[in-house]
Design a protein around this ligand. Structure first.
Ligand code: FES
Length: 359
């Protein structure tokens, strides 16, 4: 998804976001999207100002990519040097900027590695559809000039789970020992409109799988729940919302809650503003002592995890054990009505070749 690095980028970021039918299906999208983006811009600019004048997501994504590639050069010296490129869906660098840079560098082999551990057609799916669209439009990487493979989900990767568990343990240390085991661990993930969930999107189940694996790693040391944040607009979204869950916990006498952003790998507005400012203020008013587990950002366990993931992917791919895409990516949602999904999946399953067949 990405995020605006500076305040003047906020409007364009929102405009791209509300134009994306894969993420937010709106009636009369091309008319409504600019109106909503314009109306929301001042409020969102204010939020980005409060967290320091922009989103740190590009900074973190670059650090993660660079550190991952250093490890990868050691793990897979035969294919070194490795280089990370960033493609955001709604902020710069966009997919077209990323492909342009790859083209300049003469890249011939690339892995599209989603930084969403859990797959949703509205996030990773939308980004892959965009990759297909831009490659086809610009004629680079579309017909075999780049050999593509895809890492489309990794919700229960061992290193990812260990990195989350480690950050939760650190956060729990802030509570006095006699209260520590009763702190509610509240996993919070970005919500989705229910119409996306109900067409068979895999995200909800994959987020739940991550939560269960993290709690297994923690030996189910505390009570926990999974809730959802960042709903926009009047439509029904996956609930319960994180803020209303905290209200509910206050009513049943809970005093200590530790928030865990479980579907993000780095800090951005949803952690730094929504959780750390908005939700925290509400919790304090309700008498709840709220802490938050740090985002993964530059966690050494996490950096090692993503390097291992890519290393194993490359080894398995080169040995012919796996193809350009996994089996799960090939399956469209039972309620999918987006023909782009089918074309993108077919193109990627061919490793970015045979566009004429796919298009
Ligand atoms: Fe899921 Fe198209 S919406 S495959």
């Amino acid at each position: 998804m990405g995020g605006p690095s500076t305040i003047p980028e906020v409007h364009d970021f929102l405009s791209r976001l509300f134009h994306d039918h894969d993420l937010i299906p709106l009636p009369f999208q091309s008319i409504l999207a600019p109106i909503i983006a314009k109306r929301r811009t001042p409020q969102i600019e204010k939020q980005y100002t409060e967290i320091g004048g922009g989103s740190p997501i590009l900074k973190w994504t670059k650090i993660q990519g660079e550190e991952m590639c250093k490890l990868l050069d050691e793990l897979n010296p035969e294919s070194a040097p490795h280089k990370p490129y960033v493609a955001f869906r709604y902020a710069k660098p966009l997919t077209e900027d990323c492909l342009e840079e790859m083209k300049k560098d003469g890249v011939k082999r690339a892995i599209a590695f989603t930084q969403y551990p859990q797959y949703s057609c509205s996030t990773t799916g939308s980004s892959l559809n965009e990759l297909f669209r831009i490659a086809k439009k610009d004629g680079y990487g579309d017909q075999g000039s780049v050999e593509w493979s895809v890492m489309d989900r990794w919700p229960v990767n061992k290193g990812l789970i260990e990195a989350f568990a480690q950050n939760i343990k650190t956060a729990l240390q802030q509570y006095p020992e006699e209260r520590r085991n009763d702190v509610v661990i509240l996993f919070s993930a970005h919500s989705l409109p229910l119409e996306i969930v109900n067409r068979g999107d895999p995200y909800t189940a994959e987020v739940a799988a991550t939560v269960h694996s993290v709690m297994t790693e923690l030996n189910f040391c505390n009570p926990y729940r999974l809730t959802w944040q960042s709903k926009v607009g009047p439509k029904a979204w996956q609930g319960p919302q994180t803020a209303s869950a905290i209200e509910g916990f206050a009513k049943i006498g809970k005093k200590d809650v530790c928030l865990v952003p479980i579907a993000f790998t780095s800090d951005h507005i949803e952690t730094l503003y929504e959780l750390d400012i908005e939700v925290k203020e509400e919790a304090e008013k309700l008498g709840i002592h709220l802490t938050r587990a740090s985002s993964l950002n530059d966690s050494p366990i996490f950096l090692r995890a993503i390097a291992d993931l890519v290393s194993n992917h490359m080894k398995d791919y080169d040995a012919g054990k796996i193809g350009p895409t996994g089996k799960q990516l090939s399956l469209r949602c039972p309620g999918c009505v987006n023909p782009k999904c089918g074309k993108t999946k077919e193109w990627l399953a061919n490793g970015g070749k045979d566009l004429a067949v796919a298009a």
